[in-house]
Write a protein that binds this ligand. Sequence first.
Ligand code: NAD
Length: 282
Amino acid sequence: TEESFVVGLIGEGITASLTPPMHEREADHQGLRYIYRPIDLTKLGRPGTDVGALLRAGRDLGFNAFNVTHPCKQLVLAELDEVSDDAARLGAVNTVLIRDGRFIGHNTDFSGFGGALAGGLPDAKLDAVVQLGVGGAGAAVAYALLKAGTGRLTLLDLDPLRAAERAAALSGLFPDREIISGTPADLAAVLPGADGLVHATPVGMHSHPGLAVDLDLLSPSQWVADVVYRPVETELIRGAQARGCSVLDGGRMAVGQAVDAFELITGIRPDAARMLTHFHEL
Ligand code: NAD
């Protein structure tokens, strides 16, 4: 076909994001004409509130879609003509399709984590999960866990109000589940009763090295998922693996959101395993 795709990523400090090369390489394999440009608000000296103006400029220049990231995932909601049910419930959009001049919002952070979990930890029991960190990534992950059937979700954050607000919002959406909130001080009490642990704080990133979890609390029957993907092998992933836990690194989620966005944009289901391989080569 003569169809071609022009896509952009709008966010702060995203010039070195791996999402554009992930999309472009997979598109090459699919035989698509596909250009994906980073549109870095930091470099441009523009605020997140300009996301609407940038979307409209992109529409006028023939862009097919955008991914949006920090600090635009909530701000963009006001600019959209339509929002998927999941993105509306979650209150965050990371993918905007432009169809007939209209902006349609989706969220592939939550679905990408769900796909990562299903692909990377296919046998993981999800009944009782403890999650550390309920910021942007944590909100998507918590939603994905509940969609995947988690019955008891314990949300711990250094900011107890944020954890309580997230738990209340999710309880409204999933009234038949037990959703509890607390602080990291509760970890020792709640982790032994959990099937698995999700880490969704910035601790462990190159810029925030360290561990937010006492590894001695983990038992080999538990699984551990990290959302941090720079580095892909965090201290938590390495330490949990050494204790015999099955693990899911943050690279899987980063690839998962790109897999689902690529499919929304092109209508073609990409080869997720190939995209994961590409990601590790980047
Ligand atoms: P954020 O700032 O929105 O949220 C972080 C949350 O963690 C905050 O609520 C903070 O209070 C809490 N927190 C910080 N230290 C803590 C600790 N020691 N114990 C408990 N809670 C703590 O950040 P974010 O955007 O959610 O990003 C978090 C991490 O997720 C970053 O490393 C980011 O790169 C990563 N991320 C990964 C993906 C992916 O696809 N793999 C996607 C988005 C973000």
